[in-house]
Design a protein. Structure first.
Lengths: 203, 203
């Protein structure tokens, strides 16, 4: 085992800047992202915490045009339903929001939690079985920060029907969709959440 | 809005070291942790991503001896049940694991998700309501990394009965327990998960 690293004040300050400038990105350039960079980021997910060391995350690239079209259709349906659930000014505001970059983001992943994994031997999830899903969320959070270090934006799309996504990607029945991620170079960078700038919620 | 920061290769390397040396810590020194450090870490959670910018995390300090005793009792019951669910060598191995630092960790939090919050106006959680809980997990993940930068270890205890914890802390019924965290100075540091070192799961 090597010597524990020491993180100085400069690193702590830069880390806080990273937290501040990580954003949910919905406006992407269409420029390609180097395959090696994505591979490095995916390899790094093995360093994420997971209950029982189960590592239940399954990152499925979504690249085929037919698959992407199906995801966009699912978003369209779910977003229309969501819009219909608001009234008056809130509905008008919702209609103006840009909530995803599904057409532009060059790299996209559906991230699942494998509830069929034997890894971890059930440790730590007898009374709180949701811990397995939470392990996938932790991996996504770390991926998000790592991506931003390298200038990549990540947008987490949840306005989707998980069953439709699973059917489109033909995933095993014991896999649960945790997130759909758009990844690419952001059109603009900011340290204020887009929903705050758009007036949806205060900062 | 200020200029976007640029993170260089040195920072990226140090960040990977941070991921590698963030561990689930169960062995703590009893030394106190400065209140200001904990306050800074909690303030930083406002930079975490959350669905609809709902910020649904509620960090409840658990410091009173009676509360801590109740948490330890809940762990004792749940852990005995868990042990009884294993057989043979796996049971013997489970019995030898140290899974929490509830008696030693100087700082402890129960972290809840407030399902009663009006913030976010439901955005992004119509088809995936679990997004609200996931927002709390993201905040905990970032807290965990920030704590490690400052030398603090965090241990996530899930072998608990969420209803017992909520009753002990008298939290509102619409709050859901997401995590119980032990925080303090680690007795030892490592870059290999304790469950791997103990032979529970391979690396």
């Amino acid at each position: 085992m090597s010597e524990p690293p020491v993180f100085d004040e400069g690193f702590a300050r830069q880390f806080e800047e990273l937290l501040r400038w990580r954003r949910d990105v919905r406006r992407f350039k269409r420029d390609a992202v180097p395959v090696e960079l994505i591979e490095m980021l995916l390899a790094q997910t093995s360093l994420s915490p997971s209950v029982g060391h189960a590592q239940p995350w399954r990152w499925i690239p979504v690249a085929e045009p037919a698959q992407r079209a199906a995801v966009q259709e699912s978003f369209g349906r779910c977003n229309a339903d969501a819009l219909a659930s608001y009234e008056g000014e809130r509905a008008a505001l919702y209609a103006r929001l840009k909530l995803e970059g599904l057409r532009e983001a060059p790299v996209q992943f559906a991230v699942f939690c494998d509830h069929g994994t034997g890894r971890g031997h059930g440790l730590g999830r007898r009374t709180m079985p949701e811990m397995l899903d939470y392990s996938v969320v932790a991996a996504i959070t770390q991926f998000w920060l790592s991506a931003r270090i390298h200038g990549l934006g990540v947008g987490w799309v949840s306005i989707l029907d998980p069953d439709e996504i699973a059917k489109t990607l033909e995933t095993p029945p014991e896999w649960k969709l945790v997130a759909y991620l758009c990844v690419g170079w952001p059109e603009e960078e900011g340290d204020v959440p887009e929903l705050v700038r758009a007036g949806w919620e205060r900062g």
